[in-house]
Unconditional design. Structure first.
Length: 244
């Protein structure tokens, strides 16, 4: 299995903090956000054959400098050569490009999410189902759910409804950008991209995918903090103690 961390965005809502620094390298209590994520990934057993960090060219040197200071084994930076300040290709297209070169199961997660749960349970469920699995958690309010993707589960925790950024959410059960995919997902990603569907948010792909094949939900223990705004970044300083 290969893990892919999506860290290629420009995080415009976090400016000016991200004018000259990628969001994944912003410090939380002195440590880059991405280090908390890698800590979780490195505790999964069996270990990943490789961990890929999908980045954009603008911040490539900063990521290279960060990686040189670490002792992470089998971590690879993959820049997307088609990204630029005027128009990046989006998380789904970047993921599709990487997956097209890989014929292995994938664990995909955003490079800006902090959560206390371990991920062995999610991987175990995926190995049992051999179908896509999406991590879920409870938003604290309906207003917060508007900024996420709401989910309704059916029998056996199969996702029956998935709405990316709903205008009027009916539930606080939401999806994280944290997915386990079988190797065949590269075919689905290619199909999605060729249809010309929205490619910026990874959740748009899941919204389409659950209609064409079974997708299952896995409930995380505890809350997940999606660092997308100045306010949520400031909140992370008070939340990070849960991430040991």
């Amino acid at each position: 299995m290969i893990a892919i961390i999506l860290a290629g965005g420009y995080a415009k809502r976090l400016r000016p903090l991200t004018l000259d620094k990628p969001k994944a390298l912003l410090p939380v209590t002195g440590k880059p956000i991405i280090d908390y994520i890698l800590k979780k990934l490195l505790r999964i057993n069996p270990p990943f054959r490789k961990i890929i960090v999908s980045i954009n060219l603008r911040f490539q040197q900063q990521f290279q400098k960060w990686l040189k200071t670490k002792e992470y084994a089998d971590v690879e930076l993959v820049p997307d050569n088609t990204m630029n300040e005027c128009g990046k290709i989006g998380a789904v297209r970047a993921l599709s490009d990487i997956a097209s070169t890989i014929n292995e199961d994938l664990l995909v997660l955003a490079g800006d999410n902090l959560f206390p749960d371990e991920l062995n349970g999610l991987v175990q469920l995926f190995n049992e189902k051999r179908s896509p699995v999406v991590a879920l958690y409870r938003a604290r309010t309906l207003n917060e759910a508007k900024r996420s993707a709401t989910v309704i589960l059916g029998d056996g925790d199969q996702i029956m409804d998935f709405i990316e950024k709903p205008e009027n959410p009916k539930t606080t059960l939401v999806a994280a950008c944290l997915y386990a995919f079988p190797a065949r997902i590269n075919v689905r990603l290619k199909e999605y991209v060729e249809l010309g569907l929205p490619q910026d948010a990874a959740g748009n792909f899941i919204e389409w995918l659950h209609k064409v094949e079974p997708v299952y939900g896995y409930m995380l223990n505890g809350y997940l903090l999606d660092i997308g705004t100045i306010e949520s970044y400031k909140e992370a300083e008070n939340y990070v103690w849960e991430l040991t």
